[in-house]
Design a protein around this ligand. Structure first.
Ligand SMILES: NC(=O)c1ccc[n+]([C@@H]2O[C@H](COP(=O)([O-])OP(=O)(O)OC[C@H]3O[C@@H](n4cnc5c(N)ncnc54)[C@H](OP(=O)(O)O)[C@@H]3O)[C@@H](O)[C@H]2O)c1
Length: 270
């Protein structure tokens, strides 16, 4: 049996209809997992479920806004009725918000407090709420595994993206706190880790990193010159780390934040 096998693992993925989440969901289903997709746009959820099933994988789709505890609880109830328990939760839902950014021509005074609240709510509460709710569906098995999504902006804040950086820093802290809490209260088979993707060209950041003609913006260029591998990540670059964290190959790993960044976080720029 492979150390990395995922056969029959029931994996809940929030934000699975996004660029990174979709690639991960398709891969985990291909590896034999039962993928349980949570999204907030019905048409996107249906499309992904159909895509996975048409390739012979097992997928079911549910709707919830991850910032609403009530909605996540209702969805978890349906999932409990159908599957009983779950093995893994991947908290992919999240992202930057344009209003929670300080543009070069702006100052701190221009930063919207409301936008800061919203970006914190999506990324932080949107990770905490599903963790809290789906832990209840892991407890009966005596084991559980939560994977959060951090960012390069978390440990060394990045210019402009004030709200996103703060929210992802809070996720790093929450990941470590939960790792200790769940292990102490529920035993050694509960673990919590985070992936910190480097820079992947997606709709969220395309206009920050590339011009309309596809050439790099000044910021895009700064990132590439600070990435030893000299390229942006492809969604597929995350798959090895995700599979490792989902599988028993990482069973003694908890409370870590794993960069998948082409070396960006290791490089001082000198
Ligand atoms: N792309 C990068 O370079 C990069 C780097 C580091 C970290 N990350 C992180 O990786 C994760 C996925 O990023 P991505 O690039 O794949 O983003 P994306 O394509 O924008 O996908 C975001 C996903 O989250 C869902 N979502 C947003 N708000 C939600 C809410 N309130 N409730 C439920 N679902 C919600 C979206 O659903 P809808 O489509 O229906 O809105 C979508 O499925 C995010 O946490 C992001 O911060 C990305």
């Amino acid at each position: 049996m492979s150390l990395f096998q995922l056969d029959h693992k029931k994996i809940v993925i929030t934000g699975a209809t996004g660029v990174l989440g979709e690639t991960i969901a398709l891969h985990l289903a291909k590896e034999g997992a039962q993928v349980i997709i949570i999204g907030r746009t019905a048409s996107k959820v249906e499309k992904l479920v159909d895509q996975i099933r048409s390739k012979g994988g097992n997928a079911d789709g549910y709707l919830a806004d991850v910032t609403s505890e009530e909605q996540v609880k209702n969805t978890a109830k349906q999932i409990k009725n159908h599957f009983g328990t779950v093995d893994i939760l991947i908290n992919m839902a999240g992202g930057n918000m344009s209003d929670a950014v300080v543009q070069p021509h702006q100052t701190l005074a221009d930063l919207s407090t409301e936008a800061m609240r919203k970006v914190m709510e999506l990324n932080y509460q949107g990770t905490l709420i599903p963790s809290k709710v789906f832990l209840e569906l892991m407890l009966p098995k005596g084991q559980g595994n939560i994977i959060n999504i951090s960012s390069m902006a978390a440990s060394r804040p990045m210019t402009r993206v004030a709200g996103y950086a703060s929210a992802k820093a809070a996720i790093d802290n929450l990941t470590k706190w939960l790792a200790v809490e769940l292990c102490q209260k529920h035993g050694e088979f509960f673990r919590v880790n985070a992936l910190a993707p480097g820079f992947f060209l997606t709709e969220q950041n395309r206009s920050l990193l590339t011009e309309n003609d596809g050439s790099l913006t000044q910021r895009g260029n700064q990132i590439i010159t600070h990435t030893p591998m000299r390229r942006f990540g492809e969604p597929e670059d995350l798959l090895g780390a995700v599979q490792w964290l989902c599988s028993d190959a990482s069973k003694f790993v908890s409370g870590t934040i794993i960069p998948v960044d082409g070396g960006f976080s290791a490089y001082s720029g000198v």
